[in-house]
Design a protein around this ligand. Structure first.
Ligand SMILES: [Zn+2]
Length: 413
């Protein structure tokens, strides 16, 4: 039990044991994607509470327990209390890490859960949200609680892009991540994935380059696409850095046991996707996909799958090496990859029977590959390109299955 000394003088005849439990009401558009964290109401793991004794004019900040979202303390039933919750969560598992969700100016939000509360022996339950801030906090704290890896003693900062001018963008240089589409839990966790893996690498930042020529991979989008897609042809640096972030999001919301399935939600506005590589009639393709992109796309990052529109099967995506199958008819090959291929390479590395490499080992391998200094662009032959850096890091840690997963999924180019 923590902080029993809270807010009242020594226990006396008027003391009661009061438990405060908080859950986060969320309104994710993608609540049903993935087989974990599918509900709308979730324990507020480790949320920061402020308990003010209005009678004694004292106040204290306390953390709810990571396991339950509850805080228990001694209170005085002759006093009244005000209870507030901040959009901050401290996840205490093997390690202690803290997540801060802030407004666009960097202020942490505090919501009053109850004013003039009279305590009693027992439990009181409160809800916070739904709001964009709570959506971000709930998704990221759930992810961190369930998948910590080697992360220890770190603070993570997010700012909700309430006026839509920043988008979803991890800014290593600023020390926080912008999130615009807070109602998409996979977007929240993807942006967190960038921070988690950057933290594993000592917060050194990511060396990536979005300007690779798309060649024939996704020609229909060449006019509108200025950023990465899930399956667009990119420099491997971008494929790996985006792929490892999406891998973390996939990990957060899917059971990750041996040979586990993997459901991932992908969106218009973040990681635009064009699963149909048919460029023979780009106008039709573009028209189809403009319509298609107005809805979310849930795809499988474990097996092959077929995507359909309006109940009509459009295209079958094979289970391995999307780039090799669809994007290499012409144009550059070396040091090119898709984010999608990297998601599957890491997923297979982590979940395939006979591989089952832990998140901690994947994080260490990532850090040893030094993604802040690898060669982000080009077609050269140096050992500093991402595929070789990752291969060398895996070999150094005796993680022998990486080469096979990279070859199968085409991230070894
Ligand atoms: Zn990203």
């Amino acid at each position: 039990m923590i902080g029993l000394e809270l807010m009242v003088e020594a226990a006396d005849a008027a003391s009661v044991i009061q438990t405060i439990c908080v859950d986060e009401d969320t309104d994710y558009t993608d609540a049903s994607a993935g087989n974990q964290f599918t509900g709308t109401s979730n324990d507020a793991y480790g949320i920061h509470l402020k308990i003010s004794d209005l009678t004694a004019s004292t106040s204290a900040w306390v953390w709810a327990l990571t396991s339950t979202g509850c805080y228990t303390g001694v209170a005085d039933d002759s006093h009244s209390y005000k209870i507030e919750a901040a959009t901050t969560a401290q996840i205490v598992d093997t390690y202690t890490n803290t997540i801060y969700v802030q407004d666009k100016d960097g202020n942490t939000l505090v919501t009053t859960l109850v004013n003039n509360f009279t305590p009693h022996n027992g439990t009181n339950n409160y809800s916070i949200g739904p709001s964009s801030y709570v959506d971000i906090l709930a998704a990221t704290s759930f992810a961190l609680k369930s998948h910590t890896g080697i992360i220890s003693g770190q603070s993570f900062y997010f700012r909700y892009d309430s006026d839509g001018t920043h988008g979803n963008d991890y800014r290593a240089d600023l020390g926080f991540g912008w999130i615009k589409e807070a109602d998409l839990k996979f977007v929240d966790a993807h942006e967190f994935g960038h921070q988690i893996f950057d933290a594993a690498n000592g917060w050194d930042g990511n060396n990536k380059n979005y300007t690779a020529d798309l060649d024939d991979c996704s020609g229909a989008y060449s006019a509108v696409q200025d950023k990465h897609q899930m399956n667009s042809k990119e420099f491997s640096s971008t494929g790996a850095i985006e792929g490892v972030a999406s891998f973390y999001a996939a990990l957060a919301f899917n059971s990750d046991g041996s040979n586990a399935a993997c459901s991932y939600a992908n969106y218009n506005g973040h990681n635009l996707v064009d699963w149909d590589p048919n460029t023979s009639s780009p106008n039709n393709q573009k028209s189809d996909d403009a319509q298609y992109l107005s809805v979310q796309d849930v795809f499988n990052c474990e097996d092959g799958w077929t995507y359909s529109e309006g109940g009509v099967d459009k295209y079958t995506v094979n289970a391995a090496d999307f780039l090799g199958q669809n994007c290499l008819n012409n144009g550059a090959v070396n040091h090119r990859a898709t984010q999608y291929d990297f998601v599957r390479a890491f997923w297979d590395f982590h979940t395939d029977s006979g591989s089952s490499v832990s998140l901690s080992n994947i994080m260490t391998m990532w850090a040893n590959a030094d993604p802040d200094t690898w060669n982000a662009a080009g077609t050269g032959t140096s050992s500093d390109f991402p595929a070789t850096r990752l291969q060398t890091a895996a070999t150094g840690l005796s993680l022998s299955t990486w080469n096979n997963k990279a070859a199968t999924n085409g991230t070894d180019r």
